[in-house]
Design a protein around this ligand. Structure first.
Ligand code: BEZ
Length: 225
């Protein structure tokens, strides 16, 4: 099997650094993230309907992300002046107070750096010539490792609850030797990591149950550090 082309981002890649202008002023991306988790999510154009609702929803949920030490940062392939006007609309429509930066990417340099643009078909543009899709979500951990990549079509708004759920799963899995099953939300049983032997599990997760030798479920006690 051949390796992916150089520069192609995958889960486990280091999130490339860049300097950019944003609605909150110039940033160095890695400096902005510092030692926090980050969510970078992108948009092809300002004043687009689906994206307007998404930014408002992320802004309203920002306290939940902050509680988990996650910094939000948007990107849209327009100028900061345009972003600032758009933010007024977003707040008006959503009742939000959007305060995280939105990166200006009028040349799509960062969109290409992060492989957010649909290369499959260069004619895949909307009526204004805007390249689809630039509608990605990246979850980046404090070591700057990419932990999740999602790409959405223009037709379908993202789900902020799902992004938050993945953060909860990743942070829980980093802390305990567990993974999380389908549709897991905090408080549900988790899966004992395959690297944990049954003997170890007896100590780490006294209430674990063997459903199949390869599927062991356990409640996760809050104080189980
Ligand atoms: C939107 O509705 O947000 C949208 C429209 C066209 C292209 C991408 C996004």
């Amino acid at each position: 099997m051949s390796a992916p082309p150089a520069g192609t981002l995958r889960l486990g890649s280091t999130a490339p650094n860049f300097q950019a202008d944003t609605s909150n002023g110039p940033i160095d991306f890695h400096e902005y993230l510092g030692n926090s988790w980050g969510i970078l999510f992108s948009h092809p154009d300002d004043f687009t309907p689906v994206c307007t609702t998404e930014l408002g929803a992320f802004a309203k949920l920002e306290p939940e992300f902050a509680k988990r030490d996650v910094k939000l940062i948007g990107l849209s392939a327009n100028s900061t002046d345009s972003h600032k006007e758009w933010i007024k609309d977003i707040d008006e429509v959503s009742g939000s107070k959007l305060s995280f930066p939105i990166i200006a990417d009028p040349t799509r340099k960062i969109s290409h750096l992060y492989d957010m643009v649909d290369y499959q078909d260069t004619t895949n543009v909307d009526s204004k010539g805007v390249a689809f899709t630039i509608r990605s979500v990246f979850i980046i951990d404090p070591k700057k490792t990419i932990r999740l990549i999602l790409s959405y079509p223009a037709s379908t708004g993202r789900n902020t609850a799902e992004v938050l759920r993945v953060i909860d799963s990743l942070q829980t899995g980093d802390k305990h030797r567990i993974t999380t099953p389908i549709n897991w939300t905090p408080g549900d049983d988790v899966i004992v990591h395959p690297s944990v032997s049954n003997d170890e599990a007896k100590t780490l997760f006294p209430k674990f149950k063997i459903i199949k030798p390869y599927l062991r479920l356990t409640p996760l006690e809050v104080n189980n550090n």
